[in-house]
Design a protein around this ligand. Sequence first.
Ligand code: SAH
Length: 227
Amino acid sequence: MAIELAVAYNAVRQRLLERVIAETRETGHLTGCHQLSEAVLRALATVPRHLFVPAEQVDLAYADRPLPIGRGQTISQPFIVGLMTELLAPDAEAVVLEIGTGSGYQTAVLACLARRVYSIERIPELAETALQRLIQLGYGNIEVRNDDGGQGWEAHAPFDGIMVTAAAAEVPPALVQQLKPGGRLIIPVGDPHQSQDLRVIRKNERGVVETRSVLPVVFVPLVRDRG
Ligand code: SAH
């Protein structure tokens, strides 16, 4: 039974991947990203999204859409997870920071690619559930902390890449500071009650910051508890 189910999930996950590939191609003229790399596709093909959603959402786990995960939060749409991961492009040596662990799904995708992933979630129950889930699934290269991520994670900085999976009214300066030269910050910026602008902020080797707008997106708000 368990094996049959695993095979069934592999088949629906493959169909989802085809949808994500098509959507990436269709939006390529806006995003500049026409296709996902083999490594990102492999990560999306590996992470069992049905284990990151609440039981009542399992039937929709492989639909290309965001889903509620409780506490008014959502697990991101797979196409957006693929796009943001591709824009971050962590290599096997990368140390990455994620703000907004949520379900831990994006954390797991990053953990397939990077050397180490640090993730911060402000809602204690979500942080705890995601951490337990990621440990159970065998992701050994992650650390999850319950806090306001707007200040970054100074102790592990600088980072090769930082990904924010909640809508920021403005780019938190601490996150830009904690980027390595050559590093990238992927962040939705704008009014949290409307759509936001997904941005790629790159710190070049001389420490100069360049920003590129990629796509209108809709995320839950990045809530500031500190500073
Ligand atoms: N990456 C997640 C998406 C979760 S939605 C996933 O794949 O499931 C965004 C998450 O950001 C929510 O869980 C929300 O609680 C969290 N969040 C909002 N503001 C935050 C902040 N200042 N610091 C850390 N997490 C924050």
